[in-house]
Design a binder for this molecule. Structure first.
Ligand SMILES: *Cc1c(COP(=O)(O)O)cnc(C)c1O
Length: 501
């Protein structure tokens, strides 16, 4: 299709939107024309052997500069991002990313550092990474850190491999990993990737781990328990000391999924709760921008008994104060990736930790919990339709159940989420955690103002009032987005990611 084939009854803008960049332009059209050559041209066949030369030129669109600029600006406006509006996506900690961090990360010494730079010539970078490791060690209460993993889930994989190596070193083959039924999907996925077996542990009436179920399942063949505390219900499990005792009692290891660290920084520490391994999501709690698929960073911190198995190479500080990268242990599970990790993430997160300081991190967590409870209280007006799933208060996020709303007003949580798009909000997480019917998982974060939270609560109320009048409106939402309802199953199973030429 070209621009001229589009249905002429559509508006000019609709017609333009109906064709892709590959269908625009004209042969020979250019954004920039270089001056004519003033040296003799070189025959390309003398530069590259025939096998490496293409027979035809690349099939790229030929466009003017304004066409290119408009194309990319249009694309950038079709997505929703944290800089456009409120993004209370539970479990993901979509907090504001301070612009100061971008300035620091863009300094040429950081941005232009080559991954193959010799450690002797990258002392500043290694020092920054060392300092970040020390800070994360302090936040987690665990002595040793590796920055290698590229995401929380990658940190999980490292942790499960570490637990396996620990047991194997003791001559034990442990094949099972316990995960609560509130766990994030990456936990069981990680266990499967590591070649171990997932065993689910139930949740008690308060939203914590069912201790009887845990006791029954904590057997001598369990490699570790993976837990996040507060969990994905926004509930802090007060039985954590007892949980640790049960798990350690059978010689097993305790893994902390640190994705919910934003609730507890400077207040309590996984190491103090008895955990052996923790992952951090620098792109959640520590302000590395995320939401577009990366880059991320998921460092892990481990206890003394896990240290021999930690990934190589490590950042070491020698007696003369210089830094190096060295393989420190023969028992190490090895290397998890090329190079040391996404360095720009380290710079931003280190800038965040330095600019907030210990008190500031604590303040961030306290404000995150306060904001979540404020919004929860505001939504108390609609609790007959959207009740809190567990407990009365929450940590940094909370889970509402849309089950009564579905029964009484005829709209599902999905409809509410889609209608929120028309109000200009990114919807909260929906249908997770799995054990809550019609779940809506809301995480406002500490960086939102009271006014934003008030307006968001009003939007939810308006949608419920509207549904009481006419549920069809929400059922057909959204109306204002570039695309309406997508076939999500088909999009996941048969994604079209390449423009056919
Ligand atoms: C985000 C998240 C993960 C996975 O982290 P990624 O960095 O996305 O791989 C694990 N557990 C919980 C609870 C999470 O919210």
């Amino acid at each position: 299709m070209t621009l001229m084939d589009v249905d002429p009854t559509q508006t000019p803008l609709q017609r333009e939107a109906a064709v892709t960049i590959f269908e625009k332009g004209a042969p020979g059209r250019r954004a920039f024309v270089a001056p004519a050559l003033d040296v003799p041209p070189v025959d390309p066949s003398t530069l590259l052997p025939a096998a490496f030369r293409r027979a035809e030129g690349p099939r790229l669109p030929e466009l003017s500069e304004p066409e290119i600029v408009r194309h990319y600006v249009k694309l950038s406006k079709r997505n929703f991002d944290l800089d456009s509006g409120f993004y209370p996506l539970g479990s993901c900690t979509m907090k504001h990313n301070p612009r100061l961090h971008e300035r620091v990360a863009a300094l040429p010494g950081h941005a232009r550092l080559h991954p193959f730079q010799h450690p002797k010539r990258a002392q500043g970078a290694l020092e920054l990474m060392w300092n970040l490791e020390r800070a994360l060690s302090e936040v987690s209460g665990l002595p040793h850190v590796s920055l290698q993993p590229s995401a929380g889930s990658h940190g999980e994989l490292a942790g499960v491999l570490l637990a396996r190596a620990y047991h194997e070193d003791r001559g034990q083959t442990r094949t099972k990993v316990l995960t609560p039924d509130t766990a994030h999907g990456t936990n069981p996925a990680t266990v499967t990737m590591a070649g171990l077996e997932v065993v689910k542990v139930g949740t008690n009436a308060d939203g914590g781990v069912d201790l009887d179920d845990l006791r029954a399942k904590a057997t001598e063949d369990v490699a570790c328990l993976m837990l996040t505390n507060p969990n994905t219900l926004g509930v802090f499990d007060p039985n954590i000391a007892e949980i640790a005792e049960i798990v350690h009692g059978v010689g097993s290891v305790l893994y902390y999924d640190g994705a919910n660290l934003n609730a507890i920084m400077g207040i309590t520490r996984p190491g103090d709760m008895g955990f052996d391994i923790v992952h951090f999501n620098l792109h959640k709690s520590f302000t590395q921008p995320h939401g577009g698929g990366g880059p991320g960073s998921g460092p892990i911190a481990v206890s003394q008994r896990m240290e021999p198995y930690l990934m190589n190479p490590r950042i070491v500080k020698d007696e003369d104060g210089s830094f190096d990268l060295r393989d420190e242990s023969e028992k190490s599970i090895g290397r998890l990736r090329g190079f040391q990790g996404n360095y720009g993430c380290f710079v931003r997160s280190y800038a965040y930790i330095c600019s907030l300081g210990a008190e500031g991190l604590k303040d961030a967590s306290e404000s995150a919990v306060l904001n979540a409870n404020y919004l929860l209280a505001k939504l108390g007006d609609v609790s007959e339709h959207l009740p809190l799933a567990y407990g009365k208060l929450c940590m940094h996020e909370f889970v509402l159940s849309g089950a009564p709303m579905k029964r009484e007003l005829g709209i599902k949580t999905l409809d509410l989420a889609k209608r929120l798009l028309d109000h200009g909000y990114h919807p909260p997480t929906v249908y997770f955690p799995l054990l809550v019917e019609e779940a809506l998982l809301v995480e406002p974060t500490e960086t939102e103002t009271r006014e934003t939270l008030d307006l968001f609560a009003e939007a939810i109320k308006a949608i419920l009032l509207e549904a009481a009048e006419d549920p069809e409106i929400a059922r057909a939402a959204p109306y204002t987005t570039p695309v309406r309802r997508l076939d999500e199953a088909l999009a996941a199973k048969r994604p079209v990611i390449r423009q056919p030429l």
